[in-house]
Design a protein around this ligand. Structure first.
Ligand code: ZN
Ligand code: ZN
Length: 365
């Protein structure tokens, strides 16, 4: 797809893909309620308060009066503004089966829909999520800008990293920078995990003070035009224990080997195994306690997953993270993560921040 395609062309192409999937399932309409899918189809920037109905010939966005102006400004689909959206959906349904997104609709929501439409909804599972795995040029452009802003936020926070600074204040520096530089906000809660907390893969920034000798893991991602970035770097503060430095070296070697294995045609579990094999050779196999990576787009975690039992085959346009880690509870941990787009020829790494061994001085020079 050309980068010059306009929003209407992009929307038409996405609707066509959904309609093909609906025809295969012999359903007449799909009610889309998962926010990322609502945004992907409509462009509407408050998808948590909206739904989309797709039929063979039409598509509408349903939201309420708080969003009249916002819908007019951002939705490429005609907007129906009414609090009684289920009644409006019912009025537009063709005859035939109505499909819903089982992974998002609650039992209560399904019951209310059945009552309003007088038909029993048919479940679909991951129908649009599957289509979203391959990004088009407009999406890759947004993810590229999110990754670039993430790189700049990381360079910014390093200028604040020193012994005596609290993790939470470093996280706030990142968030402030991203918002002030035009990002929508963060794609997820910033992780700043120092010292023994670096052994926590999801160590969201705490009031802990960074100390000399700590490893510090930053895991951050800006959101731009709705699209997420995701990057992790681990750095040392002052003199770091040789064992921790060695742990870093093992994770970096695993990460670089796995990035090199990302290519169209590669199977997800094969790429995961590349990192796992390197870490096992360094005696760190048991310390790598999570999967290698995940898809990134409108959601921070989407398909395809790079995991030991994942059979997905990588295709051009998929955007995935490569993020091996090694964690020793009570001691320290390291993770290094890049955002990577699969291309026709191989892969392009969107995260540009330096990832080699780096220390910040433990005292002002
Ligand atoms: Zn991350
Ligand atoms: Zn990640």
């Amino acid at each position: 797809m050309s980068a010059a395609m306009n929003a209407a062309d992009v929307a038409a192409q996405r609707l066509a893909a959904v309609r093909t999937a609906l025809a295969e399932r012999e359903v007449a309409a799909l009610l889309v309620t998962r926010p990322a899918n609502v945004r992907w189809l409509s462009g509407f920037t408050a998808p948590e308060d909206a739904r989309v109905l797709v039929t063979a010939d039409d598509a509408w966005l349903f939201t309420d009066g708080r969003y009249t102006a916002q819908a007019a400004e951002t939705s490429v689909l005609p907007a129906v503004i009414d609090r009684s959206w289920r009644t409006e959906v019912a009025a537009r349904l063709p005859s035939g089966a109505l499909a819903v997104e089982a992974e998002h609709l609650t039992l209560a929501g399904a019951a209310a829909l059945a009552k309003a439409t007088d038909r029993e909804p048919v479940r679909t599972d991951g129908l649009i999520a599957h289509l979203r795995r391959r990004k088009d040029a407009t999406e890759i452009d947004a993810i590229r800008r999110a990754a670039e802003l993430t790189d700049r936020a990381y360079a910014h926070v390093l200028t604040h990293l020193a012994p005596g600074v609290r993790e939470v204040d470093l996280a706030l520096e990142i968030e402030r920078f991203v918002r002030s530089e035009g990002g929508d906000g963060m794609a997820f809660d910033v992780i700043v995990a120092s010292g023994v907390r670096s052994a926590m893969p999801h160590g969201v920034a705490s009031p802990k003070v960074v100390e000399a000798g700590d490893l510090v893991t930053f895991d951050l991602g800006a959101r731009v035009d709705g699209y997420c970035a995701d990057m992790t770097r681990t750095v040392g503060v002052g003199d770091v224990a040789p064992a921790h430095r060695a742990l870093f070296g093992a994770v970096l070697e695993a990460q670089e080997a796995a990035v090199a294995a990302v290519a169209p045609g590669a199977t997800a579990h094969e790429v995961d195994a590349v990192a796992r094999t390197v870490l096992a050779r360094h005696g760190q196999g048991d310390a790598f306690v999570h999967s290698l990576g995940h898809g990134v787009g409108l959601e921070i975690h989407e398909g395809p997953g790079l995991a030991p039992r994942a059979d997905d085959v990588l295709e051009p346009g998929m955007v995935v993270t490569v993020e091996p880690g090694a964690y020793h509870p009570g001691d320290a941990g390291v993770r290094i993560e890049d955002l990577v787009v699969v291309t026709d020829a191989g892969a392009e790494v969107l995260s540009r921040s330096p990832k080699g061994w780096t220390t910040v001085p433990d005292a002002a020079a």
